[in-house]
Design a protein around this ligand. Structure first.
Ligand code: FMN
Length: 446
């Protein structure tokens, strides 16, 4: 038992779920990609579970083989979240925005507008997109890492400066005297870097939380840590074990400290993909049905994680004792050890894959206690401050988690019975900030 509570957030993708064939499930309307009503239902369900935020990924390109599978992305994050804001009251609304392709003035304006119209619930997942398909849509080649991160540093400083350029008490709006704004408190920022610049000011007043919360997501490269340490209040990671998460969380906290901030000012989240079902078997069957044929194609990849060739003829059988003792988990991939652990339980290779052995994040499958145990173990080990959940199929997967797993977490004393407040900052437990953080100095890449 602890008196500290974990924080939950949920990915919003395309109206279906993270399983590629979720769109074909009978309970799902295959037209949900364009249904804001469906997304609102999922948002309201997550809000019933007191999730701190929804998080809209964004890869602005048609990237998948869309002949048979989904597009993977909400149709447009800011517009989608603006609509959801009007049908919810507490849940945070985090959209991804690329510093590589957007101008900082656009980001500053759109995110602060979302923050104001949602009464202090907006967040910005600032990413340095390196996907050539996205670059092509903006008519550009992918710039090198050094340039993308330099541009990100400049953009973040400009955005924060623009957010603070309407000072907190600038808006007088006195009908009697006729004075609308104290213009001495709404002044240009005049910031110009090597790649981006802006004069300002930005004509948007503070929201109930001051300004949007900045998120970072990705691997803990020195480049990303230098951005996150200076600017982010939340870091979302791809990690597969408690040890890996604990070490990464420490790096992220140290990056904040090195930038002059308090390490508790940045919350570290691990992703978790969930399939809630009455039993593990039923959960695996649900996943196998909707993962689609990609499962068989993953077999060679599983072989490389385990250090042995794997044959399709073995798909419905477990590894033999001889194979298990010969297995050499690849040190190059953090998913290798967890994959071997699943195989050691005697699951067939199909079931090992259905457990998400080579997915983007760890997967939990089965009855509510399986999910609650995973969340509790990682949280109490000091590996994370919270989790970023990716339900398998939104239509019934969000309700199942909220109605069956959340009550267990509350019973165990590790999850709040009520929202801490109405703003995203309050529900994340991160401090007030308006304009740039005065503790953070310097803005160029390390
Ligand atoms: C949980 C998570 C979510 C992410 N979401 C996005 C996203 O929606 N759009 C995007 O362009 N990058 C996203 N990223 C970041 C990319 O994976 C990657 O870090 C970024 O393209 C920069 O890569 P680089 O540091 O190798 O240049 C996400 C990363 C993680 C871990």
């Amino acid at each position: 038992m602890t008196d500290k509570h974990m924080i939950l957030g949920m990915a919003l993708t395309d109206g279906y779920g993270v399983l590629k064939n979720a769109w074909r499930a009978p309970q799902v309307d295959p037209g949900n990609y364009t249904s804001i009503e469906a997304n609102i239902r999922y948002a309201q369900s997550a809000e019933r579970g007191r999730f701190a935020f929804l998080f809209a990924l964004d890869f602005a390109a048609v990237r998948a083989d869309v002949e048979h599978t989904y597009l993977g992305n909400i149709i447009e994050p800011m517009i989608g979240l603006a609509a959801i804001s009007q049908a919810t009251s507490h849940i945070g609304l985090v959209a991804t925005g690329s510093t590589t392709f957007q101008e900082p003035f656009n980001h500053a304006r759109q995110f602060k507008a979302l923050d104001v119209l949602s009464h202090g619930r907006a967040g910005w997942n600032a990413v340095t997109t390196s996907d050539p398909a996205v670059a092509a849509n903006y008519g550009k080649p992918v710039a090198g890492r050094a340039e993308r991160y330099q541009r990100a540093h400049e953009s973040l400083q400009i955005v924060e400066a623009l957010w603070g350029s309407w000072e907190k008490d600038a808006w007088i709006k006195d009908q009697q005297t006729g004075r609308f704004i104290d213009s001495s408190k709404l002044q240009p920022i005049n910031l110009h870097g090597e790649h981006v610049g802006s004069r300002g000011p930005l004509g948007i007043p503070p929201s109930e939380q001051g300004q949007p919360v900045i998120f970072s997501s990705g691997g803990p490269s020195p480049h990303l840590l230098s951005i996150a340490g200076r600017h982010a209040s939340v870091f979302i990671a791809e990690v597969w074990s408690i040890e890996q998460a604990r070490a990464q969380r420490e790096l992220v906290r140290r990056a904040a400290q090195d930038a002059g901030r308090d390490p508790d000012d940045i919350k570290y989240f691990a992703g978790l993909m969930t399939t809630v079902a009455p039993s593990v078997r039923e959960g695996l069957d649900r996943r196998i049905t909707y993962i689609g044929e990609t499962l068989e194609a993953q077999l060679p990849h599983l072989g490389s994680l385990l250090g042995m060739p794997l044959d399709r003829t073995q798909l419905d059988r477990p590894l033999t004792p001889g194979q298990l003792s010969a297995a050499r988990p690849s040190p190059m991939d953090p998913r290798s050890e967890p994959a071997l652990k699943i195989a050691q339980h005697g699951w067939s290779l199909r079931d090992v894959l259905a457990h998400g052995a080579i997915d983007y994040h760890p997967v939990t499958v089965g009855p509510p206690s399986v999910h609650a145990d995973h969340l509790q173990e990682w949280f109490e080990a000091g590996a994370v401050d919270g989790f970023w959940l990716l339900p398998d199929i939104y239509e019934d997967g969000v309700d199942a988690f909220v109605d069956e797993v959340v009550p267990l977490l509350v019973q165990r004393g590790i999850y709040p019975a009520e929202y801490a407040g109405k703003t995203l900052r309050e529900n994340l437990g991160v401090p007030e900030q308006y304009g740039p953080d005065p503790r953070v100095t310097g803005g160029t890449q390390d």
